[in-house]
Design a protein around this ligand. Structure first.
Ligand code: SF4
Length: 418
C-alpha cells in the first residue's frame, strides 16, 4: 500500500515538473513515506528524519521535508515537537496539503495534478481499491492511522486499470488493507467478485492479483469468482495470525482455528490448483508454548506455499497496548520465530518439489543478479535460461530446478511478445 501511495505522489509531482532524485540529501523536496506496522519500521523512519533534519540545519536550509504515511495520525502536535525541521505531516492518501505547500513554497502550477494521475507503470502495478480498515485487530495500528474503510467506485478503478493497460501494464494487484470487504461501504450488492468481473473485462490485462484477504470476509462469491475468472490468479494470501483460539480471541480476529480450517477446505475444494499464503505473528500477549504449538500444528496441517512471519511488538495506541501485557520474553519470541520459519522452509521445499518437470506459464518481470525472472500464476519466483526476454513477455517454462524460495527452468515456448 505504501509503494502504491508513493507511486501516486511521485506521479502528481512529476506532472507539475518535479524530477525524481536518487539522492535524498541532494533533492529540494524529500518525502518520507512511513510504515509503523512494527517498531523496527518506525525506528528506521525516525533515524532517516534525524539525518535529514541535521542535513537541513547544516547544509540546505530551504529544503522541504515531508513525513507521510502511517506514522502521521490525526493529531500532529507530538510529531511537530519531535521533528521541527519537517515542513509538513501528511496522513495516508491525503496528498492535497503537499501540493498546496509546494505551490506556496516553489510557485508550482498545481492544476489537475492530483486528478490526472499519470503513474509511471511497471509491468505489474498496484491499484489501491480501498483505503483504511474497519476491523480493529487488537495488535494493529492501521485503522487508527489509515482511518475507516472507504472503497473506490468500480468505474473509477476500471478507468485507472484501462490507463495502465494502455501503457503496457499486464498485471494488476488490487490492494486493500482488507480487500475482501471491498464495496461493503458502497452498496449491499457490491463485493470484490463484482470488481474482479469488471477488471477482467479490461483488454491487455493478463493477470489480476489481490491483497490482503481476511478470513471473516472471504465469502463463497469471491471464492467462486477466483475459480471461474481465468485472469484472476489462483493465489490467495489469507492471514491466520495464530493457531490458538485463545490468542485469536485476544487478537480480536473474529474467527477460530476451526473456522479457518473450514474456509481453507472450501477454497481448496473450489480452486484445486490454488497456492495459499498467510501471515502469522509469534509472541503475542499471553502466548504460551501450547498456544505456539497450535500455530505450528495449523501451519503443518495446511502447508502454506508462503508464510509471512513476524514477532509481535507493542504498538502504542492499540487495544493490546492499552489492555494487555507484552509478557512473552524476547528470547522466547525469537526462538518461536525461528522454529516457525524453519518449519515453513521445509514445507516450501516439499510443495515446490511437485513443480519439478512441470511446464508453467511465466510472466517475465525483470532481471535480478544478472538472471531473468518472472512468476507463475501461483506467485512462485522462477528464473529462466533465456537472457533475451523482456518485461511482460509470457513464456512457457519447463521447471528443471526447485528450491524452497525459487525455481529455475527452460523456456520452451513463447505465449506472447511484450
Ligand atoms: S484486518 Fe489487517 S489492517 Fe485491519 S486491523 Fe486487522 S490486521 Fe490491521
Amino acid at each position: 500500500m505504501n509503494v502504491a501511495d508513493s507511486e501516486r505522489i511521485g506521479s502528481a509531482l512529476s506532472t507539475v515538473g518535479f524530477e525524481e532524485s536518487d539522492d535524498i540529501f541532494d533533492s529540494n523536496v524529500t518525502i518520507v513515506n512511513s510504515c509503523v506496522v512494527r517498531q523496527s519500521s518506525e525506528d528506521k523512519v525516525t533515524a532517516k528524519l534525524d539525518q535529514l533534519s541535521k542535513h537541513k540545519n547544516n547544509e540546505q536550509k530551504n529544503k522541504t521535508i515531508v513525513l507521510m504515511g502511517c506514522m502521521v495520525g490525526p493529531k500532529t502536535d507530538g510529531l511537530e515537537e519531535r521533528f521541527p525541521e519537517v515542513d509538513l505531516f501528511l496522513q495516508p492518501q491525503n496528498y492535497e496539503p503537499l501540493i498546496n505547500l509546494l505551490y506556496e513554497q516553489k510557485g508550482i502550477d498545481k492544476e489537475g495534478c492530483l486528478s490526472n494521475l499519470d503513474i509511471k507503470p511497471r509491468i505489474s502495478s498496484f491499484v489501491p481499491v480501498s483505503h483504511g480498515c474497519d476491523k480493529f485487530c487488537s495488535y494493529c495500528i492501521i485503522p487508527y492511522r489509515r482511518g475507516r474503510e472507504i472503497s473506490r467506485p468500480i468505474p473509477v478503478i476500471v478507468e485507472e486499470v484501462k490507463k495502465l493497460s494502455d501503457k503496457g501494464v499486464k498485471e494488476v494487484t488490487l490492494l486493500g488493507q482488507n480487500v475482501d470487504s471491498y464495496g461493503f461501504d458502497l452498496s449491499e450488492d457490491i463485493n470484490l467478485a463484482d470488481l474482479f468481473e469488471a477488471v477482467h473485462e479490461v483488454n491487455g490485462i493478463e493477470r489480476i492479483r489481490f491483497l490482503t484477504s481476511h478470513p471473516m470476509d472471504m465469502d463463497i462469491r469471491i471464492i467462486e469468482s477466483i475459480a471461474n475468472l481465468p485472469k484472476v490468479c489462483k493465489s490467495i494470501n489469507l492471514p491466520f495470525q495464530s493457531g490458538s483460539n485463545k490468542i485469536l480471541e485476544n487478537m480480536r480476529r473474529g474467527y477460530t482455528r476451526e473456522d479457518y480450517f473450514e474456509l481453507i477446505n472450501v477454497i481448496r475444494d473450489k480452486i484445486p490448483n490454488v497456492a495459499m499464503s498467510a501471515d502469522a505473528i509469534v509472541g503475542f500477549c499471553g502466548e504460551t508454548e501450547s498456544d505456539f504449538e497450535d500455530t505450528i500444528d495449523l501451519m503443518k496441517v495446511i502447508k502454506f506455499d508462503k508464510l509471512h512471519t513476524a514477532i509481535y511488538s507493542e504498538r502504542k495506541g492499540t487495544i493490546a497496548h492499552r489492555k494487555m501485557k507484552d509478557d512473552v520474553l524476547m528470547a522466547d519470541k525469537q526462538r518461536r520465530y525461528k522454529v516457525l520459519n524453519d518449519e515453513q522452509e521445509k514445507i516450501q521445499a516439499e510443495l515446490n518439489s511437485k513443480y519439478l518437470g512441470e511446464v508453467n506459464n511465466v510472466m517475465i518481470e525483470g532481471k535480478k543478479r544478472g538472471k531473468i525472472f518472472g512468476r507463475n500464476e501461483q506467485d512462485k519466483l522462477i528464473y529462466v535460461d533465456n537472457l533475451n526476454l523482456n518485461e511482460g513477455e509470457m513464456v512457457d517454462v519447463k521447471i528443471d530446478y526447485v528450491g524452497p524460495w525459487a525455481m529455475k527452468g527452460k523456456v520452451i515456448s513463447y505465449v506472447n511478445q511484450a
